[in-house]
Design a binder for this molecule. Structure first.
Ligand SMILES: *Cc1c(COP(=O)(O)O)cnc(C)c1O
Length: 315
């Protein structure tokens, strides 16, 4: 059924001539789910972007799509981007550039650890990304790289630019989604959320759950990426970061295991686990009126769970 719908849509990577079997809309599903804490008068469904690719899952592809296209059409020498050592964006950029046969370089925040790369960076390097390590201080102040890689198309950290948001405007049209009253998504840089806001229907509320503590700056970062006239139907809820970026508690881990047990949907401890937990808290606080039909966007990130000790998660 998926494939039939997809026939009428531009394939995610047609423009890039990427391997269409490896990366396409076809694997994405829209699944309604029930849990022990969801009352009957509220419906919920998960848009499974995590199914796009087993290793580099989720929203990152959407943010890269038009950036890669721009690098190509403008005959740039490659893609240059930025990120931390555990960045899903770095891993996704490396793989997408490999598929697009574009050179790429990643400026990595922090010193290299004696030649030992972690899983994310090793994967990026294996896929052909040139890694440049710079101190946190230099990373903050200079964002060096343009001089090392002249003529490269620069994608900011996390894919946060207008082309990134434009790719994310396609997320809500993979399936018919206008019947949803609310759209919930985790936010890092807010680029994905901006794309959702830009493409949501006028009757839909878009709610972002920042996973960083003190992320009030996101309000402006997101507003900068919005089309004019889209400013009222969205909000950020700042109280659901669970201690801060990549911070985890036994309660969160238990919750992720229970969600999987009850719904069969795996989530990650950095983004999507906190998203579903926020949803539960909002439901329990009575934030959703009767007959709400809530769409949660599963932005992927499951490979991040590999940094947990084995056996902690039940999947
Ligand atoms: C990067 C990432 C996000 C954050 O996306 P933004 O567009 O930066 O807000 C959310 N979920 C997952 C799984 C991610 O890897």
């Amino acid at each position: 059924m998926n494939a039939a719908i997809c026939l009428h849509l531009p394939d995610l990577f047609t423009a890039l001539s990427l391997n269409r079997y490896m990366l396409s809309y076809d694997n994405i599903t829209l699944e309604s789910f029930q849990t022990s804490w969801l009352p009957e008068h509220i419906q919920a469904a998960m848009l499974r972007l995590d199914k796009i690719h087993p290793e580099v899952s989720g929203n990152k592809w959407f943010k890269l799509k038009y950036n890669i296209e721009a690098a190509r059409t403008n005959n740039r020498n490659g893609i240059l981007t930025y990120g931390g050592a555990y960045s899903n964006h770095i891993a996704a950029t490396a793989l997408a550039c490999k598929e697009a046969a574009l050179p790429c370089a990643g400026i990595i925040r922090g010193e290299e650890h004696k030649g030992q790369l972690n899983h994310t960076l090793q994967t990026a390097a294996d896929n052909g990304m040139k890694l440049v390590f710079i101190s946190r201080e230099d990373y903050r102040h200079h964002k060096a790289g343009n001089t090392l890689y002249p003529g490269y198309h620069v994608v900011p950290e996390g894919g946060h630019n207008a082309l990134g948001a434009r790719g994310c405007e396609e997320i809500l049209s993979i399936f018919p989604t206008t019947n949803y009253t609310h759209i919930l998504c985790a936010a890092g840089t807010g680029t994905t959320l901006a794309g959702l806001i830009n493409s949501a229907a006028p009757h839909q509320q878009v709610i972002g759950i920042p996973v960083l503590k003190g992320a009030q700056y996101l309000e402006k970062e997101i507003t900068d990426l919005l089309h004019p006239g889209n400013n009222n139907r969205w909000r950020l809820l700042y109280e659901h970061h669970g201690g801060g970026y990549a911070k985890k508690s036994p309660a969160l881990i238990d919750f992720i295991n229970t969600v999987y047990q009850e719904t069969g949907i795996p989530t990650d401890f950095i983004y999507t686990g906190k998203l579903v937990m926020a949803f539960r808290d909002l439901v329990q606080q009575g934030c959703f009126p009767a007959n709400s039909n809530v769409l949660l966007v599963h932005t992927g990130g499951l490979q991040g769970n590999l940094s947990l000790p084995p056996g902690v998660l039940s999947f």
